[in-house]
Ligand binder design. Structure first.
Ligand code: NAD
Length: 353
């Protein structure tokens, strides 16, 4: 029997090849006149192109976005935005750049236009994160949700294949956990299953041909759906573990998600059978945890935490930290089983039934 609450978050989504060229119209549609363009130092070329499309509506380019939004960078970006009297921020890049836009919007009423170039999904969520004294604090605020999101598949063609694949699994993880979320609902489950399907198909296409635009479009479409799921419903053990591993052990974000996902799903396999069936159906395999693990290997992504810088002697501490933060999960947290999960992920062992 159905029993759910559903409150939608609203943003305008423009999805089209070449959509980035409409950025000035989108700034105007928000009633803004002076947009700053945010990017990482690596993507300054893309940002300058956006500045050209903006023409007289561009107030400047701020190319200092970095991973996990250090408070110093957030403060500097806010000062820059004030100094050029910006009334809008255009963030072109991945989760780090969108995150910087959110950090600015948190303290001032600047609307954000996000132009995602990875599959991380931050553009569809009201979740922000700022790092101070090596501690990343996250929160939710409707103020930081981008008002407009421009998805242009051409912009992700340059994302190296290795990064594209792990970014795709990062997105799949949002949808997978959305399927067994405590506050899940039928609409988000539809989006989650379709998002996983689109990414699974798209990643297969781009692994054969990195600049396959149909494949890129499919991945980006999936990223949109999975990002929306992350924005609407709560996450469980997988995201908490990845937050611990990334925050306390400095492991790379998307790679960590990719490696942990099959093991987190195996942990929840019996407690969330409907979610498992939907994930398996979306990826065209018999079993969700085994199927995701096999896909990761077939697509050439890392399968073991030991290969991305995790030390075996830190697994006990990671387990302790993960156990110390109470959160909902379809299967209650059991110290021994969680420690085994971490060991399996560290070794890169195929989860078995
Ligand atoms: P990223 O934004 O850090 O990008 C990684 C690197 O790839 C950067 O150097 C970037 O410039 C480069 N890059 C991005 N797109 C490119 C392209 N098309 N071509 C060439 N280079 C490109 O990585 P990410 O995985 O997108 O984001 C990770 C961050 O986002 C983490 O801090 C994570 O916590 C955060 N995140 C937040 C949310 C949220 O809802 N708040 C959701 C997902 C991720």
């Amino acid at each position: 029997m159905y029993d759910f609450k559903y409150a939608s978050l609203t943003s305008k989504v423009l999805f089209r090849r070449g959509a980035v060229k409409s950025v000035a119209d989108e700034v105007q549609a928000l009633g803004a006149k002076r947009a700053i363009v945010l990017c990482t130092p690596e993507q300054v070329g893309m940002a300058r192109q956006v500045a050209e499309y903006l023409g007289e509506r561009c107030a400047g380019v701020y190319p200092q976005a970095v991973m996990h939004v250090p408070i110093e960078v957030a403060r500097d970006a806010r000062t820059y935005a004030n100094s050029v009297s910006a009334d809008c921020a255009v963030a072109i890049g991945g989760g780090s750049t969108v995150g910087l836009g959110k950090a600015i919007a948190l303290e001032s009423p600047l609307p954000i236009i996000a132009i995602p170039t990875t599959y991380a999904g931050s553009e569809m969520t009201p979740i922000y994160g700022i790092t101070e004294n090596s501690l990343k604090k996250t929160g939710r605020s409707p103020q930081v949700l981008p008002k407009t999101v421009i998805y242009d598949p051409e912009l992700s063609v340059g994302l190296p294949l290795k990064m594209s694949i792990v970014s795709g699994f990062n997105a799949i993880a949002h949808a997978a956990e959305g399927l067994y979320a405590q506050d899940g609902n039928p609409v988000m489950s539809l989006m989650a299953e379709e998002g996983i399907r689109a990414l699974a198909n798209g990643m297969k296409q781009i692994s054969g041909k990195q600049d396959d635009l149909d494949g890129r479009s499919s991945c980006l479409y999936g990223a949109w759906l999975c990002g929306a799921v992350l924005g609407h419903v709560g996450m469980s053990i997988h995201h908490k573990l990845c937050h611990t591993l990334g925050g306390s052990f400095n492991l790379p974000h998307a790679e960590t998600h990719t490696i942990v996902l099959p093991h987190a799903l195996a942990y929840n396999r019996e407690a969330a059978p409907e979610a498992m069936a939907r994930i398996a159906r979306a990826i065209g395999r018999d079993d969700a945890p085994e199927g995701i693990f096999d896909m990761v290997g077939e697509l050439g992504a890392p399968v073991a935490l030991k290969d991305i810088g995790m030390r075996e002697e830190d697994l006990d501490r990671a387990c302790e930290i993960a156990m110390s933060n109470a959160y909902w999960n379809p299967r209650p947290l059991e110290q021994k089983a969680l420690r085994r999960l971490l060991q399996d992920a560290w070794e890169g062992r195929r989860p078995s039934r």
